[in-house]
Design a protein around this ligand. Structure first.
Ligand code: HEC
Length: 193
């Protein structure tokens, strides 16, 4: 039997656990092909872009950023990886160590699915993403959707124009669009609680 909380959750969440897993599928690509010039850990932030820390990724993954969640066609990071070898803006530069077709496709799918850093893997294994988020975990709070449904969840971070909430009912983390929350809950999310 489904609990009311889980039912409420199904109503307000449009993006559930995605198919592409950031840690397993995206991070290795960025590590091999981009970190040499775009990683805080290497002291390199070419073009003011670093792709290795959550804080830096948050500057990249947002509306108007180089990765626009849900919109691969407008995501300049992906576009620059697809340019011809001799294009001035191609990434990595000069067509060296380019992404393979498969890597581009994976990146594209991940962006399409919302470019989540946590909601990867199959829907049956969301728990695997949870431990990585543990350090920033706060208290369980009430969140209200814009149609009045209430859920109990922990704030896990803002991402694009969504908020990552870990549901108290089942421990799963979901990206909930801010527009689906009541004004009070939106303020709560923006205050970072
Ligand atoms: C050899 C170094 C190098 C590597 C490797 C590299 N980049 Fe860059 N990247 C640069 C430089 C230099 C710039 C700044 C270019 C400029 O400002 O004209 C840049 C800029 C960017 C920008 C910002 C572009 C803009 O419009 O401002 C993005 C996004 C980017 N890189 C993504 C990537 C991605 C994704 C990878 C891996 C697939 C990658 N880069 C690999 C050197 C590199």
């Amino acid at each position: 039997m489904k609990s009311p909380l889980v039912t409420a959750l199904a109503v307000i969440s449009v993006v559930s656990a995605s198919a592409v897993d950031y840690t397993k599928e995206i991070k290795p690509i960025l590590t091999q092909k981009c970190y040499a010039c775009h990683a805080v850990s290497k002291g390199k932030e070419k073009g003011d872009v670093a792709l290795d820390t959550p804080e830096k990724l948050a500057e990249v993954i947002k509306p108007g950023g180089h990765i626009i969640p849900g919109d691969p066609a407008k995501s300049t990071l992906l576009i620059s990886c697809k340019l011809p070898d001799d294009d001035d803006d191609v990434m990595p530069p000069k067509g060296k160590n380019r992404l393979t077709e498969t890597e581009i496709k994976t990146l594209e799918t991940w962006i399409q699915e919302g470019a989540s850093l946590t909601a990867g893997g199959s829907a049956s294994a969301p728990a695997a993403a949870a431990p990585a988020m543990a350090p920033s975990e706060g208290a369980v709070q009430s969140w209200t959707s814009n149609d009045g449904k209430i859920i109990q969840a922990t704030f896990m971070g803002l991402q694009g124009d969504g908020v990552l909430l870990k549901m108290a009912a089942n421990g799963e983390t979901f990206l909930v669009p801010l527009s689906r929350l009541s004004p009070e809950s939106q303020a709560q999310a923006k205050a970072g609680k």
